[in-house]
Design a binder for this molecule. Structure first.
Ligand SMILES: *Cc1c(COP(=O)(O)O)cnc(C)c1O
Length: 223
């Protein structure tokens, strides 16, 4: 069995230089994160606020923590003091709360809008039309402490690689549309977060520049 550190090195060697790697550490213990950290990894993704708070407290302060799960509005304030990127913003209500919390701790918080591209009805995120409606009314001046950096998306959980590629292409095309229409004067809308352990090569083929990989680094999660 390759070690965590070998897995990180293999992924870094495989991924193009302009694709960021976020190690998804949910359900994995602090020692595993430290092994990845010693291999040079600094960006880690977590899905649960309680687990993230414990790990943030215990682990080195130069880790960039990404929140990738569904964030309940009433928990945003708990992670606002330190979170590097909230990848899973899926409502106006949530981004308004992130603005309030970021203001209180005097930070600017980077976020991604989660785009719903999968066939499954269960996955969260904005449908493209809803995302457009949201962006059309989003007035940056009212959100000085939030910066929308791009999009996050998850493909359907299927073996059909053509379907996965089609879904990621929807995300990539939508990124181009949104970036032209709403962020033409704003170079900070630059992040395309799609691809996990099972589908990251397809995602990179569809212009992902950030991949979120858990199992392929840390092994299976024990829930
Ligand atoms: C758990 C999770 C991942 C990582 O999944 P793996 O298949 O273990 O790589 C990526 N993105 C999100 C949003 C997740 O919840």
């Amino acid at each position: 069995m390759p070690t965590i550190s070998e897995n990180i090195q293999a992924l870094r060697a495989e991924l193009p230089g302009d694709v960021a790697l976020v190690a998804v550490s949910k359900f994995h213990p602090a020692e595993s994160i430290m092994e990845a950290y010693r291999a040079g990894q600094r960006a880690f993704g977590e899905s649960y606020v309680k687990e993230l708070l414990i790990k943030h407290e215990a682990l080195p302060k130069d880790i960039a923590w990404h929140f990738i799960g569904h964030l309940q509005t009433n928990k945003a304030r708990l992670i606002a003091p330190f979170i590097a990127l909230i990848q899973s913003v899926d409502s106006q209500r949530l981004i308004a709360e992130i603005q309030r919390c970021a203001f209180r701790v005097n930070r600017q918080i980077d976020v991604l809008l989660e785009l719903h591209i999968a066939q499954e009805a269960t996955k969260s995120g904005f449908a493209p039309d809803d995302c457009t409606a949201f962006l059309a009314t989003f007035n940056k001046e009212n959100y000085p402490n939030v910066r929308i950096r791009g999009l996050m998306a998850m493909a359907s959980n299927t073996d059909d690689e053509a379907q996965i590629a089609r879904e990621f292409r929807v995300a990539a095309d939508y990124f181009d549309f949104a970036s032209k229409r709403f962020f033409a004067d704003d170079g900070s809308f630059d992040t395309r977060s799609w691809g996990m352990s099972g589908d990251y090569p397809i995602a990179v083929g569809q212009r992902a520049n950030l991949v979120r990989i858990g199992t392929k680094i840390f092994g299976e999660r024990r829930y």
